[in-house]
Design a protein around this ligand. Structure first.
Ligand code: FE
Length: 203
């Protein structure tokens, strides 16, 4: 869990420094003020990547792993390649690792340093993922954090916390819910939530 807090060895890539964020804000305000950009349109674009496109990709990866044993083996052995097989690759997902939940283990993903996140499969990170309280408390009290998200994990379940970096991005493979034997891959994918793939929820 060593995650050096100076920037060496942690090339943030997508992580905007404070000054950059301010510049973006200033630019956005100016564009809106001049009537060149509709703030609602901007929100819609962010929402699109945050809630629709992104997590749906990860959900397809999960559903394929649930239904295709050979695919799951490839996914666990080399997640980057297996995910690319489905057409999802690129920035912020260059070295993917999939961690699997089972009846005795629950996995939770965090980036303690900033907001490293697997964009090709989950889209943009939610605001809480980037927040200081989540980043610190996910490590100190993962069960407490997961409980706040609405899931009380039994004591028998071991919780493993994975600290993302610019080099490695994690995706949780949730357990396939019971009673879903007859479902198609698409129907299974629809059951997979973003938080289930971060680990703040358990399917
Ligand atoms: Fe980070």
């Amino acid at each position: 869990m060593a995650h050096d807090h100076d920037d060496q060895g942690h090339d943030h890539g997508q992580e905007p420094p404070g000054e950059m964020e301010l510049r973006v804000k200033a630019l956005e305000s100016l564009l809106v003020e001049k009537g060149l950009v509709d703030p609602a349109a901007l929100d819609a674009i962010v929402d699109h990547f945050e809630h629709r496109v992104g997590p749906r990709n990860g959900a397809r990866v999960v559903a394929r792993a649930w239904t295709d044993v050979a695919y799951k083996s490839r996914l666990m052995a080399d997640a980057t390649s297996a995910i690319a097989e489905l057409g999802y690759s690129g920035g912020q997902g260059d070295h993917m690792v999939v961690v699997e939940n089972d009846p005795g283990v629950h996995n939770l993903v965090v980036c303690t340093l900033c907001s490293c996140y697997p964009w090709p499969v989950l889209g943009l990170p939610p605001v809480w993922y980037k927040s200081a309280p989540y980043r610190s408390r996910a490590v100190i009290d993962p069960r407490g954090v997961i409980a706040e998200f609405g899931t009380r994990l039994p004591d028998e379940i071991e919780v493993r916390v994975w600290d993302s970096t610019a080099e490695i991005r994690y995706l949780v493979l949730p357990e396939r819910p019971a009673g879903t034997e007859g479902l198609t891959e698409d129907a299974l994918a629809a059951l997979v939530t973003r938080d289930g793939m971060i680990g703040t929820a358990r399917l």
